[in-house]
Ligand binder design. Structure first.
Ligand code: CA
Ligand code: CA
Ligand code: CA
Length: 227
């Protein structure tokens, strides 16, 4: 086990912890070369209702695969889900995805975590091998939502290193709000909401989790912290 290295403050020092994270980073960087059609941070915010709608369409899928109806997907249920959706991932990959999205580490994927998981699948399926399949997951509506999110991330990550830094976030927000004094604070707040592990960088997974919160996806068992 490599011990935690904290000396470097440069974002570049952030090393992906797992094979899965490295793969997500690699696919994201490749995707970033294509550029983003998102024009401003505001335009992302304007898409929130649509994203929310897209997310809610996952609910039926989630419930379908929650075979024992306990409100969460366990590893076995996830394997069934992948098989049924013909998502061609190895058991190891499925397990890695599960662990990556099971934020509370209680071996259960809640609804918001499931959304993040599906979006990561969407991104990972974007590789050259998947090109022939037009609809990668057989859920075109959902995929449009995921594409919006990928595009938004690419927009924010100006230097295309696969992470959104604090400065990139500030720049993105300043671009639209033309120097209002509050905009810097908003950018900071948004950034801190996204930077879940507080390492000063936001990766795509953190970005997705933040989105599920921003658009108001609630898991049945957490009703705290409003306002
Ligand atoms: Ca279950
Ligand atoms: Ca960056
Ligand atoms: Ca982070």
């Amino acid at each position: 086990m490599g011990s935690a290295v904290t000396k470097e403050e440069s974002p570049k020092a952030s090393v992906p912890e797992t094979k899965l994270e490295a793969k997500i980073l690699e696919v994201m960087r490749r995707r970033e070369v294509e550029g983003s059609s998102t024009k401003s941070f505001n335009s992302i915010i304007l898409k929130f209702p649509k994203i929310d709608e897209g997310f809610k369409k996952c609910r039926a899928t989630f419930e379908e695969f929650d075979e024992d109806k306990n409100g969460a997907i366990d590893p076995q249920e996830l394997k069934h889900c992948f098989r049924k959706m013909e998502i061609d991932f190895s058991d190891e990959e499925i397990n890695d995805l599960f662990e990556a999205c099971d934020i509370n580490e209680h071996m259960a994927i809640k609804f918001s975590e499931f959304i993040v998981l599906l979006c990561l699948v969407y991104l990972l399926k974007e590789g050259p091998t998947a090109q022939h399949t037009k609809s990668r997951m057989g859920m075109p509506n959902l995929e449009a939502t995921f594409e919006t999110l990928v595009d938004a991330f690419v927009f924010l990550d100006k230097n295309k290193d696969g992470y959104v830094s604090k400065n990139e976030m500030v720049d993105a927000i300043n671009e639209t709000t033309s120097g209002e004094r509050s905009s810097g604070r908003i950018a900071m707040k948004r950034f801190e909401e996204m930077d879940w592990d507080k390492n000063g960088m936001v990766n795509f997974k953190e970005f997705l989790f933040a989105f599920t919160h921003w658009v108001g996806i609630e898991d049945i068992d957490d009703e705290e912290d409003t306002a």
